[in-house]
Design a protein around this ligand. Structure first.
Ligand code: MN
Length: 151
């Protein structure tokens, strides 16, 4: 069964994600903040992480940075979820180690398409879900990203 970890601080959004994902047959676990997300990634070894950008303690940018620093997690598909709608935010997200981007309010069809895209890529040995960027460029961009974010 495909396992998805939801990291989201808003309980209403967590519930919504859980319903949408379970309806599609995924095995769902939840984390309420960044540190818990990192702990749960290690513990449950999900096939994909749905990661809210704006969380207290440790935001989504800091979480994805910590994940990409671990060789075993370098190719874990991470889908960003955010209320940010600006184009520059999308570009920043996609250059920061995330594999995809969804804006709130969540569109169930777009969510399903992104999950299909990222999870099928993972099964194709010729394709990598990691953006084709050099490690140093990723690190440089991650270093300028704040750990805590709005939303
Ligand atoms: Mn949030």
């Amino acid at each position: 069964m495909t396992k998805i970890l939801i990291a989201e601080d808003n309980p209403t959004n967590r519930e919504l994600f859980r319903e949408l994902l379970e309806a599609r047959g995924y095995d769902v676990t939840e984390a309420c903040d960044g540190p818990e997300a990192l702990q749960m990634v290690e513990q449950t070894q999900p096939d994909l992480l749905l990661l809210d950008i704006g969380m207290p303690v440790l935001g989504g940018f800091a979480v994805v940075r910590a994940i990409r620093e671990k060789p075993r997690l370098a190719t874990l598909p991470v889908l960003a979820v955010t209320a940010y709608a600006m184009k520059r935010d999308r570009e920043r997200i996609l250059s920061s180690g995330f594999n995809g981007y969804l804006s709130k309010p969540i569109n169930a069809k777009l969510l399903a398409e992104e999950l299909d895209r990222l999870l099928s890529k993972r099964d194709d040995p010729k394709a990598s879900p990691t953006p084709s960027q050099t490690e140093s460029k990723l690190k440089k961009q991650a270093a300028s990203a704040p750990g805590n974010d709005r939303n």
